[in-house]
Every structure is written in C-alpha cells, then in structure tokens.
Design a protein around this ligand. Structure first.
Ligand SMILES: C[S@@+](CC[C@H](N)C(=O)[O-])C[C@H]1O[C@@H](n2cnc3c(N)ncnc32)[C@H](O)[C@@H]1O
Length: 210
C-alpha cells in the first residue's frame, strides 16, 4: 500500500528524531520522557517521598521516569504516583493507574485525597481532528481542567506543570494563575519539537487560596 506523503514525512521526522531513538533504547514508552527530565533538571520538582499525579499519562513515559527517580534509591519510599488517562497504560511498578477521564476527578472522588499532592503534572493533549479551531478549544478545555485539578488536589506549596498548546499561552491565563502560585514561568524544553506549539507552564508554591 502506498503511504500518503504526510505519513511519509511524519515517519521521516520520527526516524530523524534522536530523542525518539534514545527513549526506545532506554526502555521508555515515549520521547516525552526527555521533556520531563529537562523540566525537573531546571526546576527540581521530583523530590523524595512526594505524592504526584501524572495527568494524560499514556503511554506512560512520565510515570516510568517518576517511578525510576522516586523508587530507585529506596524500595520503601513513601512516594505515591497516580497516572490518569482515558487510554490504556500498561502496568508500571509503583504506579497507581486510573483509566479515567480527568472530568471524573473534578467532581467528588475518593480515589485521591483532596489537598494531598505535592506535584501535579499535566501533559494532556486532545486527539487532533485537523480542524484548528476545534483542536484549540479542546486543548484550552484540558488546560482549564488541569488547573482546577491542581487547585483541588495540591497541598500548600505544591507545584504544578501543565502543557500549553498554541493560544493557551495568553496573558490572561498567566495573570489568573499567578494569583495561586508564588512563581509562574513558561518553559520550552529543548527536546520539544521546535515547530510544535507546545510550551510548559511551570507553577511553583501553591498558596492554597481558591
Ligand atoms: C502527549 S500524550 C501524553 C504522553 C505522556 N506524558 C507520556 O510521556 O507517555 C497526551 C495524553 O493526554 C490524554 N488525554 C486527553 N484528554 C484526556 C482527558 N480528558 N482525560 C485524561 N487524559 C486525557 C490522551 O489520551 C493522551 O494519552
């Protein structure tokens, strides 16, 4: 079967992608693992004995590296890692997996205790439809949900990282989020494709005010 040109270009880009190969060689499920490693190197978020939620966790590379870092030194670590995604995530040792929509955690929920997390990470992205406006609306909706999730589940001084896509980087959002955290910054990891519109919102030290 002849592949479409767009498919061929996509494969070519992937083949040329050193992060993709490196992730594969090291047993990580996605190249995104390097984005979290860069974020952590810069902001030092993954500390011993923390409770963390990984939103939009499938296929699981962020949860893999969280488990590696948090459980490699001590098998008796008190850390808790919750991985949430609408899609399947194959089991990862020391990770509690919820195959659920983020929405299910915004209403009353007993799976994770409110105000119990030290770190919330969101790499959620909607399935692309190819229709720019629809994709943008869906991406914005996920960002808003991740922000509400962080407000519900973070403990005082907790940290929040959220992927933003395109127009989500607007000033209003940043202004609004600054009311809830001591330090807010945008960060583009080198391992994020240059031509991709993604950037990460880094929010440190949650003040627990609603
Ligand atoms: C870019 S992938 C995440 C990759 C992941 N960080 C990793 O390293 O393996 C984005 C994920 O967001 C998930 N997602 C999209 N909408 C969601 C929703 N409403 N609730 C939970 N997860 C969602 C998708 O299913 C997809 O797996």
């Amino acid at each position: 079967m002849v592949k479409k040109l767009s498919q061929q270009l996509w494969i070519k880009r992937k083949e040329a992608d050193k992060y993709f190969f490196s992730a594969k060689a090291n047993g990580y499920r996605a190249r995104s693992v390097y984005k979290l490693l860069e974020i952590n190197k810069k902001f030092n978020l993954i500390k011993e004995n923390i409770s963390v939620a990984d939103l939009g966790a499938a296929p699981g590379s962020w949860s893999q590296i969280l488990a590696d870092i948090l459980f490699s030194k001590s098998k008796n670590s008190k850390s808790k890692i919750y991985a949430i995604d609408v899609n399947d995530i194959k089991p990862i040792e020391n990770v509690i997996i919820f195959k659920k929509d983020i929405n299910e955690f915004l209403t009353e929920n007993n799976s994770i205790k409110a105000k119990s997390l030290d770190l919330v990470l969101s790499d959620m992205a909607p399935k692309a439809t190819g229709h720019r406006f629809t994709d943008q609306v869906r991406a914005t909706d996920l960002v808003e949900k991740a922000i509400v999730f962080a407000q519900n589940y973070l403990s005082l001084n907790g940290n929040f990282v959220c992927k933003l896509l395109g127009a989500n980087t607007n000033d209003n959002l940043i202004k609004c989020i600054k009311k809830h955290y001591k330090y807010v910054k945008l960060f583009k990891p080198k391992s994020s494709m240059k031509d991709s519109k993604e950037i990460y919102l880094i929010c440190l030290s949650f003040n627990n005010l609603q």
